[in-house]
Design a protein around this ligand. Structure first.
Ligand code: TTJ
Length: 647
C-alpha cells in the first residue's frame, strides 16, 4: 500500500511554492514530535485522531448545518468519519491560491477558520485540526459532496498524492474522511470500539439533537450503536443512573448565561452512596474538575443547609457537610466559554474562576426555586443528607474502635503482607497479587529490598453497597488498608502512604478483570488521591512464550509474537519456533515472573488514570449492583476482550 502511494506522489504534477514549503515543514514538525500535538502516541493518541476529525463535524452541527455524524471502524481497521454538513469549501482561497480543502488538511491550525462554531477551545490538546491527523496518517482520503459534485483529494503522511478532482455527481452535501494512522508514528494501530463509542455517546449527550452513529465492521467484531438524545445532559444523568434506583423521578435541570459564557447542570439523586460528577468545558471532559465543579459544590451545600433550616428539617445548630450533600448524587455540569484555561497534570482541570461564580449563582437560584416548588423532593434529599451525616459519625466511631482493637496506630502489619526492607515510600512498591500460587512466585521472584507482596484471594466485599464502616471490619480489604497505611475516605492521608507504586497483578482473563475492577472500585471510592496522583498501576504480564532451541523470548501482544517469531527464525525458513500461550501468572516460575513482569528494567506497567469516572462507575455498578442481567451480559461480552480492558 505504501509503495503504491509513494509511486503516486512522484506522479503528482505539483509545484511547491514558498508558502507550501512552510506547510510541509509544519507537518514535518508534527511527525517529529507527535506527542506535542495529540498528547501521546499510545492508544490514547490513536483515538485522539478520531476525535480531532469528528470535532470538525460537530462544529458544523453547532453552526446548525449538520444533523448526522457516523464514525466507522472499517474491516481493515482504518477509520471513516462522515457527516451531512455543507461540505468543506473546495474553491480557491485568495490568500493562498490553493483550494480551501487542501489548506484544511495541510496547514496547521487551519480548522478553526472554517468552523462557524461559537466556542473555540484554547489550551489543552483539543482542536489541533485535521492537518495533524493528516500528518500522522499513512494515508488519508477526503470526499466532499457539494454543489452537485463529489470532490476528492488524497494524501500520504501529510503530502498530497492526488490533487483535488471531481469524481462523480451527487444530490446531497457532506464530508467523508477515511484515514489509516501511520504505523511509524503509533505504538498500536488497533482501535477499541468501546472507547470510541463511549466518547461519541458523550458528544451526543452534550449536543442535544445531534445523531451520532458508531459502527465496527471488523470481522468477528461487527456491531453498531445509534445515539440521539433530545434531552441532552438530562438524559446523560438518567443514563448514569440507569442501573440505579432514583430518589426522585425528574432530573433537575438548571441553565443560565452571562455575557459570552453559559452553564448548564443536570442532577438526580439515587438510593446508593456514591457521587458521580462529570464535568465539561466547551464539550471537553474535565476529569480533574476545576472552577465549574467548585461553584456547584459550594452552591449545593449552601442551598441544602439553608433549605433544611427554613423547612425545620435541620435543627438550628445542625449542619450537613458537602460530602453528606453529595451521597448518591449523579450530576453533569457543562460550561461554554470563550477563553477556556485548562490546567492540571493532564490539562483536564478548568481554571477560569468566573465559571465558579456563574455555576454557583445558577445553582443557588434555580435549585432553591426547584425545592420550593417540589417540597417532597426537597424533603427526600434532606433526609438523605442527614442520614449520610449520621452514618459518617457512626463510621468515625467504628474506625476508632477498630483502631484500638487492631493497633493500627502501633503500625502493626497484616500477615498477608510480605514487606520490603526499604522505608522511603517513594522507592517502595507493593504488588497486590491474586491467588496463592502467583503470590508464591511473586514472593520468591521479587527484589525484597523495595518490592512488597500482598496476597489476595476469594470474593471481595461488595464495595458498591458498603459504607466505610463496613470496610474496617472486612477481612479482605482491611489488610490492604493496613498495608498501605494511609486510611480511607474522609480520613485518607496520603502523607502516610507506605508505597508510591501500587501494582495490581492479575491474570489477563475474566477473573483477573473482575479483581482489577473490584480493587479499582475500592481505590476510586475510598482512596481516590492514589489514582489522581498516578500511584496505581496494572502489571502487564506477557501473553506468549517463544522457544527456539535454547533461546526463550516472550511477547506481550499478538503483533509482537509474530514479529519476534519472524526474528527468531531469521533467514532460516525451516527453523521451528515453538509458541505457547501463558495461561496465567500462577504458571510462571519465580524467575520468569521477575524477568517478564516485575523487573523494573524490563517490565511494562500501565498507569491507571481517572480519565473516565463515568465508565468506571458503570462497570463497577453493573458488576456489583443488584441487577443480575447486566452483570451477566458484561461478563459474556467481555470474556473475549478481557485482555484489552482499558480502565
Ligand atoms: C465551513 O463553512 C462553509 C461551509 O462549510 C463549513 C465546513 O467546513 N463544514 C464542515 C467541515 N463540515 N464537515 C467538515 C469536516 C468533516 C470532517 C469529517 C472532517 C473535516 C476536516 C471537516
Amino acid at each position: 500500500m505504501s509503495d503504491e502511494l509513494e509511486l503516486n506522489s512522484t506522479q503528482v504534477d505539483h509545484e511547491y511554492g514558498g508558502s507550501e514549503i512552510q506547510v510541509l515543514e509544519g507537518l514535518e514538525a508534527v511527525r517529529k514530535r507527535p506527542g506535542m500535538y495529540i498528547g501521546s502516541t499510545s492508544e490514547s493518541g490513536l483515538h485522539h485522531l478520531v476525535y480531532e476529525i469528528v470535532d470538525n463535524s460537530i462544529d458544523e452541527a453547532l453552526a446548525g448545518y449538520c444533523t448526522d455524524i457516523t464514525v466507522t471502524i472499517n474491516r481493515d481497521g482504518t477509520i471513516t468519519v462522515t457527516d451531512n454538513g455543507r461540505g468543506i469549501p473546495v474553491d480557491i482561497q485568495p490568500q493562498t491560491g490553493r483550494p480551501a480543502l487542501e489548506v484544511v488538511f495541510t496547514v496547521l491550525h487551519a480548522g478553526g477558520k472554517f468552523g462557524g462554531g461559537g466556542y473555540k477551545v484554547s489550551g489543552g490538546l483539543h482542536g489541533v485540526g485535521a492537518s495533524v491527523v493528516n500528518a500522522l496518517s499513512e494515508w488519508l482520503e477526503v470526499q466532499v459532496h457539494k454543489n452537485g459534485f463529489i470532490h476528492e483529494m488524497k494524501f500520504s503522511r501529510g503530502k498530497i498524492t492526488q490533487e483535488i478532482r471531481v469524481v462523480g455527481r451527487t444530490d446531497h452535501t457532506g464530508t467523508t474522511v477515511t484515514f489509516k494512522p501511520d504505523p511509524d508514528m503509533f505504538e498500536t494501530l488497533e482501535y477499541n470500539y468501546e472507547t470510541l463509542h463511549t466518547r461519541m455517546r458523550e458528544e451526543a449527550f452534550l449536543n442535544a439533537g445531534l445523531r451520532i452513529q458508531t459502527v465496527d465492521l471488523r470481522p468477528g467484531q461487527e456491531q453498531e450503536d445509534d445515539m440521539y438524545y433530545e434531552g441532552g445532559i438530562r438524559e446523560f444523568v438518567s443514563f448514569i443512573n440507569r442501573h440505579k434506583e432514583p430518589l426522585h423521578q425528574e432530573v433537575i435541570y438548571m441553565a443560565g448565561s452571562r455575557g459570552d459564557s453559559m452553564a448548564e447542570v443536570a442532577m438526580q439523586y439515587n438510593d446508593g452512596y456514591n457521587e458521580v460528577m462529570v464535568s465539561f468545558a466547551n464539550n471537553v471532559h474535565t476529569p480533574e474538575g476545576g472552577m465549574h465543579e467548585e461553584g456547584f459544590r459550594r452552591a449545593l451545600t449552601n442551598v441544602l443547609n439553608t433549605y433544611g433550616h427554613r423547612m425545620k428539617l435541620l435543627k438550628d445548630d445542625e449542619k450537613v457537610s458537602g460530602d453528606d450533600c453529595r451521597e448518591g448524587l449523579s450530576v453533569v455540569i457543562s460550561v461554554k466559554l470563550t477563553e477556556a484555561q485548562f490546567e492540571g497534570q493532564t490539562k483536564a482541570k478548568l481554571g477560569n474562576s468566573e465559571m465558579r461564580t456563574l455555576v454557583n449563582s445558577i445553582v443557588s437560584d434555580r435549585l432553591n426555586t426547584f425545592l420550593e416548588e417540589n417540597p417532597s423532593v426537597g424533603r427526600a434529599i434532606l433526609d438523605k443528607a442527614i442520614t449520610a451525616s449520621r452514618a459518617r459519625e457512626a463510621a468515625r466511631k467504628a474506625r476508632e474502635s477498630v483502631r484500638r482493637k487492631t493497633g493500627l496506630e502501633s503500625g502493626q502489619m497484616p500477615d498477608k503482607l510480605q514487606d520490603c526492607n526499604e522505608r522511603d515510600p517513594a522507592l517502595c512498591e507493593i504488588y497486590i497479587v491474586e491467588g496463592d500460587s502467583a503470590a508464591g512466585s511473586a514472593i520468591q521472584g521479587r527484589d525484597s529490598r523495595f518490592q512488597a507482596i500482598l496476597a489476595m484471594w476469594g470474593k471481595m466485599l461488595n464495595v458498591e453497597k458498603a459504607r466505610a464502616d463496613k470496610i474496617y471490619g472486612n477481612d479482605k480489604l482491611y489488610p490492604l488498608v493496613l498495608g498501605l497505611g494511609a486510611g480511607i475516605g474522609d480520613e485518607f492521608n496520603i502523607a502516610k502512604l507506605r508505597y508510591h507504586k501500587i501494582i495490581i497483578m492479575a491474570d489477563a482473563d475474566v477473573d483477573g478483570a473482575h479483581i482489577r475492577t473490584l480493587l479499582l472500585t475500592f481505590f476510586f471510592r475510598y482512596m481516590r488521591p492514589l489514582i489522581e496522583r498516578g500511584y496505581v498501576y496494572s502489571a502487564v504480564p506477557p501473553l506468549f512464550k517463544l522457544t527456539r532451541g535454547k533461546t526463550v523470548r516472550v511477547a506481550y501482544s499478538e503483533a509482537e509474537r509474530d514479529r519476534i517469531s519472524a526474528e527468531m527464525r531469521g533467514d532460516n525458513p525451516n527453523a521451528k519456533v515453538e509458541i505457547n500461550r501463558f495461561k496465567g501468572l500462577g504458571e510462571m516460575d519465580p524467575h520468569e515472573l521477575w524477568e517478564t513482569t516485575m523487573d523494573p528494567e524490563k517490565r511494562t506497567l500501565r498507569r491507571i488514570t481517572l480519565d473516565d469516572a463515568v465508565a468506571a462507575d458503570q462497570i463497577f455498578t453493573v458488576l456489583m449492583g443488584e441487577e443480575v442481567e447486566p452483570r451477566k451480559a458484561w461478563i459474556e461480552t467481555n470474556a473475549r476482550y478481557a485482555v484489552n480492558l482499558d480502565y
